[in-house]
Ligand binder design. Structure first.
Ligand code: FES
Length: 66
């Protein structure tokens, strides 16, 4: 759902710490990463070969491409 340029992705409690989630925001696909109380959004394509980052892993706040 998108209103006024914002996209609702879910409640904080929907995202377990250390997990990646793919979301659509307009014409872009993002990966949301929950790390502790923070949630970070990145383009879902890794800059190396464009692999989907939501298939990566998060350990100690570090996202590793699959
Ligand atoms: S495919 Fe190499 S870092 Fe993602």
């Amino acid at each position: 759902m998108s209103t006024d340029g914002l996209t609702y992705a879910g409640r904080l409690s929907d995202f377990a710490s250390g997990t990646c989630h793919r979301v659509r925001a307009g014409d872009r696909t993002l990966v949301l990463i929950r790390n502790g109380d923070g949630v970070y959004a990145l383009d879902n394509r890794c800059p190396h070969m464009g692999f989907p980052l939501d298939r990566g892993s998060v350990d100690d706040g570090i996202l590793t491409c699959h």
